[in-house]
Design a protein around this ligand. Sequence first.
Ligand code: HAM
Length: 418
Amino acid sequence: MKRRFQALRGTRDILPTEIERWHFLERTVHEIFSRYGFRELRTPVFESTELFQRSVGDSTDIVRKEMYTFRSGEESLTLRPENTASVVRAFVQHAMFREVAGGFPERLYYMGPMFRRERPQKGRQRQFHQIGVEVLGAAEPLADAETLQMLEAFLDALGLERRELVLGSVGDQNCRPAFRRELQRWLEGRLSHLCEDCRRRYAENPLRVLDCKVEADRKLLAQAPTILEALCTDCAEHFAEVRRLLDGYGIHYRIDGRMVRGLDYYRRTVFEVLSDDLGAQNAILGGGRYDGLVQELGGPALPGFGFAIGMERLVLLLPDARIPPRRVDLALVALGPEGFAACLGLARRLRAAGLITLMPLVPRPMGPQLKRADKCGARFALFVGGDGLERGHHELKDLHTGEQIGLDEAAILARLGE
Ligand code: HAM
């Protein structure tokens, strides 16, 4: 027997039966994001490995152990584990910052697959999809608040009710080093109570200790100092202004002073949206400000702010009632070989008139054809063949009401075009 292949662990097929949910999501993305002046950018799925090392950060789990990296000649390449790095790379490469220098921030969005070699579990895959936005060139708290307001409008448009926005700040290059030392001092005496990973992180990047998932460690770490008390004046004022603007928009959020994001490029505002309906992997999305990244990747000193949403997680949460069903205007039911032959030209003309028309590709008896028309949700069935064929008359059956009438082609078009 020949081997039957399966989709690899951590990857999955998105089947036609679930595609309406994805289409609905994608349509809403284009519609809402473009209302706010965002334009789509599509970047390649692989980039130089160094791009991610320099942006996401060498000490992060993503770069240390989750990237799909391969050699191509002399070069080391990596399947993108996220897209902020690629967007900033493109922004710099195509000198999009010239417009921004004139005072007009660039607003970009994207959708597409990302790759991380994580342990697969519910809501966590090795190939997953993200929707993301990046605002480049605006340091003002208003950029944070406006983008979060768009995010809220987007999640509302999807009908997502049970969710929580969690907000924090991770400071900047002025206040974070001092906080890191303070945290290190606090951790020093407690290291023997923490797990091995924490001890390694303590040496490499102590802030990451706060992200430990081990229950006993979490209890202890809940008493650790938070960066919010250690923010410098500029960061504290920025954070206060973001909150003031969000309050003004009537957006609810919870403050978490110990939020750690899994990527190194963040400065100041960080946030996540969580849902209890997702299980252990409860983050629908995450993001924040990354003011040093454009410069780190060879561009001018311009700030950035953005977020990325896990599409699989979002698709799971979409309320069924919001998803428009598949639209099929009519299914042709061919009666006998003459009917079957007549279907060919007829289907072509109906489709040219914009009607979603299914027709049989294999001759089948009427019963199964009608059953199939019903099953695929067709609004009408059109019987082609028999007595009416010569006069160009066909029986049109409304599959919702059962009503049936004989009509010629022009009348059918008029009726279905209503
Ligand atoms: P992130 O928090 O690493 O941020 O990922 C964002 C979202 O992608 C997560 O909240 C989650 O919903 C989804 N996600 C991440 N990993 C997986 C996985 N293995 N399986 C399924 N879903 C996953 C970023 O990627 C940043 N680039 C976000 C950003 C944009 N920050 C600024 N701009």
